[in-house]
Design a protein around this ligand. Structure first.
Ligand code: UDP
Ligand code: MG
Length: 330
């Protein structure tokens, strides 16, 4: 039987062959400085390059290296979730594979954890070497999220964080499919604190989060934590019918008390376009929610594992069980 593991480091990777060796080296260095047992849990999210092969090779002579190999690309948030299902440490740390999150910060997180905090997340004070558009869109993302959700999700904070076993166990009970991990961590509560850091440039390779995926992540965040967009239709409808009623009074007044007739085809057309636009937008918002409800009712497992290295096989099935079935809580 292997020794009890104190720290589990989860590293999701999608086509990261250019950086993964350096990431491995830096993580090893940091974790040996931490001086406790640990495991490096790499989740290969359907990479089409040699990422998984490289890690597999390390695993032959380094028993701390473990690999969960997905059958295809399931997405960053799902990869993290799988890592949490398989992790066995007393504390679990999630870190990006591209070294944008400096591994050295883990030591600081561990310190705060020892002080009694159950979640230590890393907030980006500054972002280096990313395009202006990326910075702007990321900043907008966190602010839109904050404004539209009902729980307190910290701004400028990614998934780079440490979580206590207690938190991970609770997270693993949450059955939803469209996962927004950092929101869920806020939702489960516990004693949380943050440390601020400067986000570095990607060491190599390119971002796997194009605008399309950012928008999906943002919508997942908003729809899983708020009904506000759905209520928007009600408010807009009330405001518009109020305006419409006043306008009608005015038209009647003109017809009865003056000789002015209102000429209005172009303006009518314009107003129609605007309102039909509103209606379609609201239908789209409804669609976002309905689609997600549909995803949840299908009850498919979150991910499919081709192979695991260095871990007990079948663990994922156990972990996936409460998520399948008809949605009843265990
Ligand atoms: N990632 C993943 N699956 C995906 C997309 C990304 O596992 O479908 C991983 C990626 O390898 C990296 C982390 O998630 O370790 C963050 O991705 P990225 O650095 O591309 O995002 P950014 O830092 O640009 O927001
Ligand atoms: Mg990155």
């Amino acid at each position: 039987m292997s020794r009890k593991i104190t720290f589990s480091i989860i590293v999701p990777m999608y086509n990261e062959e250019a950086v993964i060796q350096e990431t491995y080296r830096r993580l090893k260095k940091v974790m040996s400085a931490a001086g406790q047992t640990y495991e490096l849990l790499f989740v290969n999210d359907g990479s089409k390059d040699r990422s998984a092969a490289i890690i597999e090779e390390y695993g032959y002579w380094d028993e701390t290296v473990k690999l969960i190999d997905f059958s295809r690309n399931f997405g960053h948030q799902i990869a993290i979730t799988a890592g949490m299902d398989y992790a066995s440490g007393d504390a679990v740390i999630i870190i990006d594979a591209d070294l944008q999150d400096p591994p050295e910060l883990i030591l600081g997180m561990i310190e705060r954890w020892r002080e009694g905090y159950e979640v230590v997340y890393a907030t980006r004070g500054k972002r280096n070497g990313e395009s202006r558009f990326k910075k702007w869109s990321a900043s907008a993302f966190y602010r839109i999220l904050r404004a539209s959700t009902d729980i307190d999700i910290p701004v400028d904070t990614g998934d780079f964080r440490l979580m206590d076993r207690k938190v991970v166990d609770q997270m693993n009970r949450l059955p939803e499919n469209n996962r927004f991990v950092r929101g869920l961590v806020s939702w489960v509560g516990f004693r949380q604190t943050s440390i601020v850091y400067e986000r570095d440039e990607r060491l190599a390779g390119e971002t796997k989060y194009p605008l399309r995926r950012m928008i999906k992540l943002c919508l997942d965040g908003i729809t899983s934590f708020s009904y506000k967009p759905l209520k928007l239709a009600g408010y807009m409808g009330a405001a518009l019918s109020g305006i419409g009623f006043l306008f009608l009074l005015y038209v009647v007044y003109l017809a009865v008390f003056t000789h002015a007739t209102m000429k209005g085809w172009p303006s009518l057309m314009g107003i129609m376009l605007i309102f039909n636009g509103f209606i379609l937008i609201m239908l789209g918002i409804l669609g976002e929610y309905v689609g997600r409800i549909y995803d949840e009712t299908k009850g498919r497992p979150l991910y499919i594992v081709r192979d695991v290295r260095g871990l007990a096989a079948g663990l994922g099935e156990k972990a996936a069980l409460p998520r399948t079935g008809s949605g009843g809580q265990p």
